[in-house]
Design a protein around this ligand. Structure first.
Ligand SMILES: *[C@@H]1O[C@H](CO)[C@@H](O)[C@H](O)[C@H]1NC(C)=O
Ligand SMILES: *[C@@H]1O[C@H](CO)[C@@H](O)[C@H](O)[C@H]1NC(C)=O
Ligand SMILES: *[C@@H]1O[C@H](CO)[C@@H](O)[C@H](O)[C@H]1NC(C)=O
Length: 515
């Protein structure tokens, strides 16, 4: 019974493809030639009508395409009840497509077929323009462990409200090393032999949206890239959820997010090697666990336990919260979080845990790092590219180290000094076994004479840069001298009086007062 199902589905889909093909031609003929798929609102309306019509055909067919009533005296009840997991319900059980949950046989074709069926399933209107609503369809991995030799892709862009969940995918030994186990991109791979009319038409339909997919959820998945390529790629998609996933053995990226927005990565574990720290091969860890090349994404409650770079960010307006990076120690060349978008950072890193690995930010402009714990001499580097640092808050963090004199925040000025500095607050951090660095200094000195000098270099982050000084000269009694601020050059504050007196001088300096 079950073995015949994929064949039946294929037949329907071929019918569908043929029906859409005819409709497209009818439209093309009515529109009087020219570019069938040129842009514009009219085109989009036509495409929408076509997609709705296609959807209604599918809905209609799921009833009418059932086998004709049996003439036998005892009709089979299975005629009225569609088989479980197919047709009526929208949970596509991959084993009923022949996927092997033991991982012995390759399951690529079976999984692709289940995904294609979900893609062809009934739709309920649209999400954002051009994204057909699959109504919450689910591809269930049924708790199985599946081996695949090609990336799993949707046949074409232009659908949303779909979930893939509940099992393990492992790349086989011939998986393409530039591939991703789950690939939410628009283009189908050129060597994929199932380029049907339907998928090519759907690809053209999808050109009416500026996004590939919307509201795709990947949940409760273990993704094992088998040291061949990456885990998940999300290209130009909207409102994608990656939730409770364990992604390992990647060589490129565990998760790649490019363009689109609002990919939410939650409650997940990523590591190139399965280790819990103190790994002898740590020096050799490579790859990037999460690569965000887009904006408006969130990484929340995620552990990165092995990778050269934990999270690489090259798009603005992302937020990281509750992220624990122990992917590769700074001493071995690793980076916890790398912000590579000089001049437009707009990133918040909050409530996180950088564990023997730090944060690097190139020319930070609008960056907030707060309420985060740095362990094992982990520190923050502000790296000058064009010398800009503006709108930076590094506040309320805790640092713990091993008394090697490591500064909690450091400058990398190997490409030139920071020279455009403003609105920076590095303050209210605490450190044990590390050197506090700050944009605010508060110190006092006692002396007996006409000159008091306080050197703020041990604490101030930027060299030779004091924007604001406040001081009090306290003689504690009889003397009442004239006194003045004489010099702030080289982060050294000099106060002088007109007569020699015993006095204490209290000074507060600030490098980050608003421009
Ligand atoms: C790290 O890589 C080097 C060079 O590939 C290799 O010689 C070394 O054995 C590796 N170390 C570990 C601990 O795997
Ligand atoms: C300050 O210095 C003067 C002269 O150098 C000396 O007479 C005076 O006792 C000193 N006062 C204190 C409090 O050390
Ligand atoms: C301030 O001190 C520096 C040495 O630190 C000196 O070169 C400079 O001339 C001083 N400026 C003034 C106005 O005294």
């Amino acid at each position: 019974m079950e073995a015949t199902m994929p064949r039946k589905a294929l037949t329907w889909s071929m019918l569908m493809g043929f029906a859409s093909f005819i409709i497209i031609h009818a439209y093309a003929e009515n529109s009087g030639g020219g570019h069938r798929f040129s842009g514009g609102g009219r085109f989009r309306d036509d495409m929408r009508k076509m997609q709705e019509f296609k959807a209604s055909l599918i809905r209609h067919d799921s009833i009418s395409a059932a086998p004709p009533p049996s003439v036998s005296p005892s009709p089979s009840p299975s005629y009225v009840d569609p088989p479980p997991g197919r047709n009526s319900a929208r949970v596509y059980h991959v084993t009923s497509y022949g996927a092997d949950p033991t991982g012995e046989r390759d399951s690529t074709d079976a999984l692709a077929e289940a995904i294609a069926d979900a893609f062809r399933g009934p739709t309920e209107g649209f999400l954002i323009d051009g994204i057909a609503n699959l109504g919450g369809a689910q591809i269930s991995l049924e708790g199985g462990y599946y081996r695949i030799s090609r990336p799993l892709r949707l046949p074409a862009a232009g659908v949303g409200n779909l979930m893939i969940h509940g099992g393990t995918l492992r790349a086989s030994d011939d998986f393409p090393t530039n591939g991703y186990l789950i690939d939410l991109s628009a283009s189908s791979s050129p060597n994929e032999n199932e380029k049907t009319y339907e998928s090519s038409i759907s690809a053209q339909l999808s050109s009416s949206s500026s996004y590939n997919y919307e509201y795709i959820t990947l949940r409760d998945l273990m993704l094992d890239s088998n040291y061949r390529g990456g885990g998940i790629s999300v290209i130009n998609s909207l409102r994608t959820s990656i939730d409770n996933c364990y992604i390992t053995h990647f060589t490129t990226n565990g998760i790649l997010v490019q363009s689109g927005h609002e990919t939410y990565i939650r409650n997940s574990f990523l590591g190139q090697h399965i280790t819990a720290g103190g790994d002898h091969g740590e020096r050799n860890f490579s790859g990037t666990a999460i690569n965000l090349m887009g904006n408006d994404n969130a990484v929340t409650d995620v552990v990165i336990f092995s990778a050269s770079v934990g999270i690489m960010i090259s798009g603005p307006a992302n937020i990281l919260s509750g992220v624990h990076c122990y992917n590769k120690a700074t001493g071995f060349g690793g980076t916890g979080i790398y912000l590579r978008l000089p001049g437009l950072t707009q990133t918040r890193i909050v409530n996180s845990y950088l564990d023997y690995t730090g944060i690097v930010a190139e020319d930070p402009v609008q960056l907030d790092i707060s309420n985060t714990f740095f362990l094992g001499d982990a520190y923050i580097v502000l790296k000058s590219i064009k010398g800009v640092a503006n709108g930076v808050n590094i506040v309320n963090n805790m640092f713990s180290g091993s008394n090697k004199g490591v500064g909690i925040v450091q400058l990398d000025q190997s490409k030139g000094p920071f020279k455009d500095i403003g609105q920076i607050v590095v303050d209210r951090n605490n450190a044990r076994g590390m050197n506090i660095k700050s944009t605010v200094g508060r110190r006092s000195v006692q002396g007996n004479g006409t000159s008091w000098t306080i050197d703020f270099n041990p604490v101030l982050l930027f060299p030779n840069f004091i924007k604001h000084v406040q001081y009090t000269l306290s003689t504690g009694g009889n003397a009442f001298p004239n006194h003045a601020l004489r010099n702030v050059s080289n982060n050294r504050v000099v106060i002088e009086s007109n007569v020699a007196v015993p006095a204490s001088v209290f000074v507060t300096v600030d490098q980050g007062v608003a421009n």
